[in-house]
Ligand binder design. Structure first.
Ligand SMILES: Cc1ncc(COP(=O)(O)O)c(C=O)c1O
Length: 372
């Protein structure tokens, strides 16, 4: 089966382990194991784990983990949750389970490429719903309605959005849910960056709490800073979860029992994790805003949620050349817009440690000064 190269993953994988200042990463400063256990007050955790047998775990995720994840939603029960190998594993399973050759799949664009390339490789007719800078990088509901045809099986959105940090609010999300319902289509809402609101009063419900047709994927990597567990989940109606389980048997038996135990522990203390991470996001958003105010070569639509920003640059250089020069000359890592098929932009992850962000911005400034 043919699949297009996953541009952002290829680029990140090539350089991320060798750069000094990584402003390309999308996770909120991943915990060390020690830091995590201290935050949740469980430094003794591994003593207790000595009794855990290293056998297959629960295929769908342990009951405690599924319950903890269900608690993140208003209307979900453990049977509505399926634990997956990251949000990337969850997304893949949703496409693999629901999409057939000849189906129409509508996906926002630009986007995390998995959200449209997997459906294409499965033989779907993929239609792209453009997100435009002059509409705050948000989907237009009327345009979506026009793209729907009688073969539409799945509509795919990402909220909060990578690479722009845009946030679909409750009203627009309800309209998108209504369009999916009217079309008799599923709505996949990738909520990998869920809960990372820049403004304290922002809140958007999960799509899965708004519509029976919605399937939501979530992640331990971004807002929960437990990237190395490589865990995520799917939240959906039991009918969709059963369909996904049927397909999951062919790709995964269970995930790791130690990862599951750590993830279940995280769910018991999820408020503390969010408190830590919202502080990082809000501090860094302010730092980045001030930097951009004083930088005429860079402009942006300020992100409202998540941990990434999509910066428009006014340099007469290809975005990839800028990033390669920044890596070589300044040890600083950004993702070129070309990885999202969007020339003229750079994606920056601002969830890193504030010192790293400040040091990277300072070197980026030196680079821009030399260009001037
Ligand atoms: C929108 C989106 N979905 C899914 C993923 C994959 O996340 P995970 O680490 O949970 O597999 C990413 C990673 O960057 C992402 O940006």
């Amino acid at each position: 089966m043919k699949v297009d190269p996953f541009l952002v993953e290829r680029f990140m994988n090539t350089y991320e382990h060798e750069v000094e200042l990584n402003l390309a990463e999308t996770c909120v400063d991943p915990f060390t194991l020690g830091e995590f256990l201290a935050l949740v007050g469980r430094e003794d955790f591994f003593e207790e784990l000595k009794e855990t047998q290293l056998t297959y775990g629960f295929i769908e995720g342990s009951p405690g983990l599924r319950q903890g994840l269900a608690n993140l939603y208003d209307h979900m029960k453990p049977e509505n949750i399926l634990v997956a190998g990251g949000a990337i594993g969850g997304n893949f399973l949703v496409f693999y389970s629901l999409v057939e050759p000849g189906d129409t799949v509508i996906s926002v664009f630009p986007a995390y490429q998995q959200l449209y390339s997997v459906a294409k490789s499965l033989g779907a007719n993929v239609k792209l719903l453009p997100l435009r800078e002059d509409n705050q990088w948000l989907p237009c509901a009327a345009e979506l309605a026009e793209l729907v045809d009688d073969k539409t099986k799945l509509i795919v959105i990402n909220n909060p959005h990578n690479p722009t940090g845009s946030l679909i609010d409750a009203d627009l999300l309800k309209r998108i849910c209504a369009i999916a319902e009217e079309a008799g289509a599923y709505l996949l809402c990738d909520e990998a960056y869920g809960g990372l609101y820049v403004r304290p009063n922002d809140f958007v419900p999960s799509a899965v709490d708004l519509s029976e047709n919605a399937v939501v994927t979530g992640s331990f990597s971004k807002a929960l800073s437990l990237t190395g567990l490589r865990l995520g989940w799917i939240a959906a109606s039991t009918q969709i979860i059963e369909e996904c389980m049927l397909h999951r048997d062919y790709t995964t038996i269970s995930h790791g029992v130690i990862d599951d135990a750590l993830a279940a522990l995280a769910m018991k203390h999820v408020d503390r994790i969010y408190k830590r991470n919202l502080k990082i996001i809000r501090t860094n958003h302010l730092t980045l805003s001030r930097w951009i105010e004083n930088e005429p070569l860079i402009d942006w639509i300020p992100p409202r949620a998540g941990s990434v920003a999509f910066l428009r640059h006014n340099l007469k250089m290809l975005s990839e050349d800028i990033c390669l020069r920044l890596i070589q000359d300044k040890g600083t890592f950004l993702v070129p817009g070309s990885c999202f098929e969007m020339e003229g932009f750079l994606r920056m992850g601002y969830g890193c440690k504030t010192e790293i962000l400040k040091a990277g911005l300072s070197r980026f400034k030196d680079f821009l000064n030399s260009y001037r």
